[in-house]
Design a protein around this ligand. Structure first.
Ligand SMILES: Nc1ncnc2c1ncn2[C@@H]1O[C@H](COP(=O)(O)OP(=O)(O)O)[C@@H](O)[C@H]1O
Ligand SMILES: [Mg+2]
Length: 376
């Protein structure tokens, strides 16, 4: 296949050169048929009138006539034309060989690399030489391969993470059931509730995963329209007021007056804010405080959720939005915590609406503040 590709592309280039040469020579030849005789005559006449006819005759040895002179000239012209043709063809052959090598080699390299990538070797790269269109293609190709590699790595890690997350509750359910069957565990409400709680956990995990995959795939319609910030915040605080009350946590609002409307999807924005506020309530001990504030910064509105809770140690801050990332797995489990997907979903939703989301915390025990922006 390689050999035939090389010969095909190389042959195409050679033949295109050849066609140009043949056409050139044909044009030259035909033109000479028409122009050469009259031009020759004109020049000879000019020369004749300058030197006088005797001198001309003498110069020509007195023997040859005008037609004979022309025939000689014609023959030498044709001979020169033939040599020129040969030289041009040799040059075309050499040039097309060199040129086709410089075109065919990178194309071949990329063709091989695609085959290897298709076979699952995502670390495959091609060499980039120079900066012409082919080099740009090679560079784009490498970028694409890098992206594929990342996606593949993410896919593998996701499968590993998901199976790990599923295993914990499943093991617990299985263990309890075995205990019940063997009579080791008493058939009491407590035991059933434990099993139910683990099943519930599985349920939540699967729901979260489904939501995450939908959000990350962008497989939901965004209904972007102007939204009133205060009513948005109130929707969320109303929804979470009971939860906050049960933990004796006060929910404060601090909205600058005359906020312009947001340009965002209402349901999704409520979802983000609900996520942040319920996290704040969840990770704040009883008697603490959670405050929601909103202000305008240039062409965006920045909404912040501040809590007086357990805070986040600095080494965890960069990962807090990663899938399944929990600062303290056992603590977040005891606290009825989720699977560590909530913030990942929040980030995907904010970014899908053209905003940014980030977190600040001075470390453990100092509370944390989550901010996100959305366009006006
Ligand atoms: N307001 C907060 N205060 C302290 N830690 C937080 C806060 N919000 C989130 N976290 C940390 O970030 C982790 C990820 O949050 P999230 O994605 O919502 O997962 P989870 O399902 O555990 O709540 C949590 O497990 C917790 O460790
Ligand atoms: Mg959460």
């Amino acid at each position: 296949m390689n050999a035939s590709l090389r010969s095909r592309l190389g042959a195409k280039i050679f033949f295109s050169y050849l066609v140009i040469i043949v056409v050139d020579i044909a044009v030259l030849f035909i033109a000479s048929q028409f122009i050469l005789p009259s031009a020759f005559n004109r020049h000879m006449m000019g020369m004749g009138s300058m030197m006088g006819s005797e001198m001309m005759n003498e110069m020509m040895g007195g023997t040859s006539s005008m037609p004979q002179l022309y025939a000689d000239f014609r023959a030498s012209f044709n001979e020169a034309l033939m040599y020129a043709t040969l030289a041009a063809m040799t040059a075309a052959l050499a040039l097309s060989f060199l040129f086709s090598r410089s075109v065919v080699a990178p194309v071949l390299a990329m063709s091989h690399a695609t085959q290897r990538i298709a076979a699952g070797r995502y670390d495959e790269r091609v060499q980039v030489k120079g900066n012409d269109e082919l080099a740009q293609l090679a560079q784009r190709f490498n970028e694409m391969a890098e992206k594929l590699n990342q996606v593949e790595t993410m896919r593998r890690r996701l499968i590993g993470d998901v199976s790990h997350e599923l295993r914990t509750p499943l093991t617990a359910i299985k263990g309890s059931m075995e205990g019940l069957m063997d009579g080791v565990l008493p058939a009491e409400d407590d035991t059933f509730q434990q099993i139910h709680a683990e099943a519930e956990r599985l349920n939540r995990l699967v729901d979260d995963l489904q939501e995450l995959s939908r959000v990350e795939a962008g497989a939901y319609p965004l209904d972007i329209r102007p939204l009133d910030v205060p009513s948005l915040v109130q929707t969320v605080t109303k929804r979470l007021a009971l939860h906050a009350q049960s933990k004796r946590i006060s929910l404060d609002l601090d909205l600058t007056p005359d906020l312009p409307p947001l340009l965002a999807d209402e349901d999704r924005t409520v979802q983000v804010l609900t996520n942040l506020v319920s996290n704040a309530i969840q990770y704040t001990p009883e008697g603490g405080k959670v405050s929601i504030s909103a202000k305008r910064i240039n062409h965006e509105i920045q909404i912040s959720v501040r809590d007086t809770g357990i805070g986040i140690p600095p080494e965890h801050l960069p990962h807090i939005f990663d899938r399944f990332y929990r600062v303290d797995k056992s603590r977040s489990r005891q606290a009825g915590g989720g699977s560590g997907i909530g913030l990942t979903i929040a980030r995907a939703l904010v970014e899908a609406q053209g905003g940014r989301i980030w977190v600040e915390s001075n470390g453990e025990g100092t509370g944390s503040t989550f901010h996100f922006t959305l366009p006006i």
